[in-house]
Design a protein around this ligand. Structure first.
Ligand code: DUT
Length: 159
């Protein structure tokens, strides 16, 4: 369902279905920690505490799956607190959740810190941000339109 609200800005509202996977009745479903937070915090659905040693990576289950409208995607992003305090981040950040994916949402964490980090069941490990994805039709051409920048990039304007 799409609701459109215009009140000095445009605000879009979508319904996203969420399904708790078997064995995860105790897992906290994604939560916004403040009214205007852009991300829903995700909770680890590890069966038992999992130790992530320095340099190691692990795919952490979340215990749920979602179905969102076709024009959305979800991004899995790190939590800055975990990154700052422990060097824990999402290796493939931002992880991409496709609108047609019905499997369990998982979080690929890596420990860039100097100490082992223990992930507890129901610990907040990352966040999920929904975005609108425009539907694009790629069209092959012989020539691209001219611009002032042209092919300049990668710092060509100086420091
Ligand atoms: O951090 C992530 C990234 C992806 N996925 C799930 C949802 C996504 O729709 C699917 C595929 O992700 P992606 O397209 O990044 O993976 P791929 O390596 O291209 O694999 P595939 O061939 O399955 O598309 O895996 C997650 O659960 N967490």
């Amino acid at each position: 369902m799409l609701r459109l609200k215009i009140s000095g800005g445009i605000s879009l509202s979508y319904k996203v279905e969420i399904k708790r996977l078997p064995g995860n009745e105790d897992i906290v479903l994604p939560q916004k920690m403040s009214d205007l937070a852009s991300g829903f915090d995700l909770y680890a659905a590890v069966a038992e505490p999992l130790t992530l040693n320095p340099g190691e990576r692990v795919l952490v289950p979340t215990g749920f799956a979602i179905a969102m409208p076709a024009e959305l995607e979800a991004q899995i992003r790190p939590r800055s607190g975990l990154a700052f305090k422990h060097g824990i981040t999402a290796l493939n950040s931002p992880g991409t959740i496709d609108a047609d994916y019905r499997g369990e949402i998982k979080v690929l964490l890596i420990n860039h810190g100097k100490e082992a980090f223990i992930i507890q069941r129901n610990e907040r490990i990352s966040q999920m941000v929904f975005q609108i994805v425009p539907q694009i039709q790629l069209e092959e051409v012989e020539e691209l339109s001219d611009t002032v920048r042209g092919t300049g990039g990668f710092g060509h304007t100086g420091k």
